[in-house]
Design a binder for this molecule. Structure first.
Ligand SMILES: NC(=O)c1ccc[n+]([C@@H]2O[C@H](COP(=O)([O-])OP(=O)(O)OC[C@H]3O[C@@H](n4cnc5c(N)ncnc54)[C@H](O)[C@@H]3O)[C@@H](O)[C@H]2O)c1
Ligand SMILES: O=P(O)(O)OC[C@H](O)CO
Length: 467
């Protein structure tokens, strides 16, 4: 795609977004290492994103350039650091250094990962053969990694976020802004909690999200991609996040729908597991497209049941349909589910994750479990046959083939009622005996989560699913 076309594009829904405008400047005195610089890096005079063009951002940064810290250094964390470092070098309103917190580990040659990153500018374990940039500093100490940072980028597997937030309490600037690149959610005693909410509540700071069709290895080699920033009400900060990450090859827009954007990124991982399962079964494109369609429908319904404010249009941004497609075609969730399926469900996801991903982590299996916990609590399973079946397969209560046998047409209640009320099913196939749920189980979801139209949609899905 020619960059000129990108520059002309009107980008931001509900904003004044425009690509181009030509105010971008090389930061005076910025570290330069021509060998490490992309064409974009070398191109002062171009700017990207949807932020205020004519001095707005620059003026607001004159007092103190922002300092970006990246918390997490896996596959995507390393690419996020590379993007932020590129922009920190070239834009005057960012401090040059981008510090990255590294979960320290010893490599097979005995060296520490953070030492190697600092020596080679390369995350040899999680993003080999890609230079992160001369201004990236790897720091295994969480406290010093975030010291004085005004912009905190959270990017790690979601299961670790709670512990990290605990450690960060009292260590960050109270005026810091956060963004979560984490695709996942948590189930607390009080119900589901999005990761951005967890960060916000634990640390008392604003937290936006960035999600999109973003297979990290492709962005690392600067193939054209898009992403969506979701923000709550602080558009100025959303503009800044666009400046932190946007490049001509990584087009970032923003929408005022933080929950919608985050739930897209979170839920698509469950659908990707389903897509991998059908791949492993040797099924073709039609089957995978059907899985993606059903999955998208469940993503929309689930998101709106949880947050009625979620906007339909969000599902058509990069964070929605585009991420669903790329993950189902080429992501890690798909890859491991494919292997699980090929092994007939005899080897666990945990085992295959270790074998296939070299320390990288899946999010889909855990997310399916967390989402299923809520479906069960609300008696929503029948309205979410694909999500429920993925969980039953991943926990090896159904065979991989159940993904096509049960998605959107089978008596999910039977399977899951058996699973949770009478102990786990031990052999396949699962009986189709009808089991009536109790009165309590039939109770409708709480009214604050179920606008009448949504519940009507849910009822329609439910009816079409029953046999
Ligand atoms: N990789 C991608 O293509 C991609 C793209 C978009 C979003 N994401 C999302 O970004 C998030 C982070 O994924 P990633 O790809 O950067 O990571 P990853 O899966 O590549 O790597 C796992 C990371 O977890 C760290 N880790 C291991 N044990 C830990 C612990 N106890 N505490 C803290 N950290 C620990 C490892 O050091 C490593 O940095 C996930 O939510 C993922 O869904 C990933
Ligand atoms: O590799 P996955 O399955 O974790 O997906 C990666 C990204 O989320 C794709 O946008």
């Amino acid at each position: 795609m020619p960059w000129s076309a990108c520059f002309m594009a009107e980008r931001t829904r509900g904003g004044s977004g425009r690509i181009g405008g030509g105010r971008g400047q090389e930061r005076p005195g910025a570290a330069t290492a021509a060998a490490d610089r992309s064409a974009w890096d070398m191109a002062p005079g171009l700017d990207v994103g949807s932020g205020t063009r004519d001095g707005g951002l620059l003026n607001s940064y004159e007092a103190e350039p922002d300092r970006v810290a990246v918390i997490g250094s896996g596959n995507w964390g390393s690419v996020a650091a590379r993007l932020a470092a590129t922009n920190a070098r070239r834009l005057p309103y960012f401090q040059d250094e981008v510090r990255v917190w590294v979960y320290e580990e010893k490599l097979s040659n005995g060296e520490l990962l953070s030492d190697v990153i600092n020596k080679t500018q390369e995350n040899v374990k999680y993003l080999p053969n890609v230079k992160l940039g001369p201004n990236v500093v790897a720091d295994p100490n969480l406290e010093t990694a975030v010291k004085n940072a005004t912009m905190l980028v959270f990017v790690m597997p979601h299961q670790f976020i709670e512990g990290i937030c605990q450690k960060l309490k009292g260590k960050i600037r109270p005026d810091a802004k956060a963004i979560s690149l984490i695709k996942g959610m948590e189930m607390g005693d009080d119900g589901p909690r999005l990761i951005s909410r967890e960060i916000s509540e634990q640390l008392g700071i604003d937290c936006s999200v960035l999600m999109g069709a973003n297979i990290a290895n492709e962005i690392a080699v600067e193939q054209f991609s898009e992403a969506t920033v979701g923000y709550r009400d602080d558009k100025e900060t959303a503009d800044k996040w666009v400046q932190v990450f946007g490049t001509p090859y990584f087009q970032v827009t923003h929408v005022q729908d933080v929950e919608g954007v985050e739930l897209c990124g979170t839920l698509k991982n469950i659908v990707a597991i389903a897509a991998g399962l059908v791949d492993g079964l040797g099924m073709g494109n039609n089957t995978k497209a059907a899985i993606m369609r059903i999955g998208l429908k469940e993503m929309i319904l689930f998101s709106k049941l949880l947050f009625p404010s979620v906007q339909d249009a969000t599902f058509f941004e990069s964070c929605g349909i585009a991420d669903l497609i790329t993950t189902c075609l080429g992501g890690r969730n798909r890859k491991v589910a494919d292997a699980f399926s090929k092994h007939g469900g005899k080897r666990s996801f945990d085992e295959l994750e270790v074998e296939l991903l070299n320390g990288q982590k899946l999010q889909g299996v855990l997310t399916a479990k967390e989402v299923f916990g809520l479906l069960k609590a609300k008696d929503w399973e029948e309205s979410f046959p694909l999500f429920s079946t993925v969980h039953a397969i991943a926990t090896r209560h159904l065979p991989p083939s159940a993904i096509v046998e049960y998605s959107e047409r089978a008596p999910r209640k039977i399977v899951l009622f058996n699973l949770y009320n009478f102990g786990a099913a031990t052999s396949f196939p699962v009986s189709r005996r009808s089991v009536s749920p109790s009165k309590e189980e039939r109770s409708v979801p709480p009214t604050q989560m179920s606008p009448s139209q949504l519940m009507e949609d849910a009822r329609q899905i439910k009816n079409s699913a029953s046999i």
